[in-house]
Design a protein around this ligand. Structure first.
Ligand SMILES: [Ca+2]
Length: 285
């Protein structure tokens, strides 16, 4: 009896040790014990390849720097007629849609504004959030200028901000190249609420597994390029130049030319070298 009893006790102790060892092994290294599990940080195979896209803004101009922001003015004869030193240059952008092609049916995704874009500091408030796109090639952006009326502007633009009820506001001092010229204050605004397309011939490739930064660039020198137009800034007298929704006659003609220039000169591309600027090669045509 006692032998059998001792044997039973030994069996029990062995069993307990065995179970304890088994559970320790399982806890210590399930990777080796139970085989390699799936890494949760890696996408499972077969998932749709998507990529992250961030958006930022740039502006160009021959003398455009933060400390002395100056842009060129080209007359209707194609010659440089003066320059504008800017104290303010801002635009309000609503929804910004990036598309594979101009067709509405093509793949597309949007950055949802409004964004207040400062063209002197190349910054936007708020900063657009990163969106997810299917990997591939993109050739079109629909850019929407959007004026914020008082109710919509609250919390975004301060009370009394001149950008309220406008989608573009630019302020500076224009000085003609002629030796007798005196500086003229310039205040220009648009209350446009319209969308226009930025198109590229060569597509931008959005790569998977990285964040692709797309840059929209405004060429401020070309805003004031009146080559071949009917009027330019020399037609507006020697006093303060105000170009707004109430502009008439030659002022209205000049303003219309600037509006077309803004649409025609805006570009987009991918920041291939990650320097935050849209370089010549990145800009294309
Ligand atoms: Ca770049």
């Amino acid at each position: 009896m006692s032998n059998k009893s001792t044997q039973t006790t030994t069996d029990k102790i062995t069993k307990i040790f065995y179970l304890a060892a088994l559970s320790q092994l399982a806890a210590a290294g399930c990777g080796t014990w139970l085989g390699n599990p799936k890494d949760p940080t890696k996408p499972s195979t077969g998932a749709t390849a998507t990529s992250e896209v961030s958006l930022s803004f740039d502006s160009q101009g021959g003398g455009l720097t933060l400390t002395q922001p100056s842009i060129k003015v080209t007359g209707r004869n194609g010659q440089t007629i003066g320059s504008i030193v800017l104290s303010e240059a801002r635009v309000v952008l609503g929804e910004i849609k990036i598309k594979t092609a101009s067709d509405e049916q093509e793949a597309r995704e949007s950055f949802n504004g409004p964004f207040i874009v400062d063209l002197i500091s190349h910054s936007a408030a708020p900063k657009p959030e990163v969106i997810t796109l299917a990997g591939g090639t993109y050739k079109h952006i629909d850019l929407k200028l959007r004026k914020l009326e008082d109710g919509q502007a609250n919390g975004i633009l301060a009370d009394g901000d001149p950008l309220r009820n406008k989608s573009i506001h630019l302020r500076g001092v224009y000085t003609a190249s002629t030796s007798t010229a005196t500086p003229q204050a310039l205040d220009m605004s648009f209350d446009l609420d319209e969308q226009f397309a930025l198109n590229r011939n060569a597509a931008v490739t959005v790569d998977t597994k990285v964040t692709n930064n797309i840059i929209i660039a405004f060429d401020l020198d070309r805003w004031f390029d009146f080559s071949g137009r009917e009027a330019d800034l020399t037609d507006l007298g020697i006093q303060t130049i105000t170009l707004d929704k109430d502009s008439k006659e030659r002022s209205s003609t000049v303003r219309q030319a600037i509006k077309e220039n803004i649409k025609g000169s805006s570009k987009f591309g991918k920041d291939v070298d990650n320097d935050g600027r849209l370089g010549t090669k990145e800009r294309e045509n």
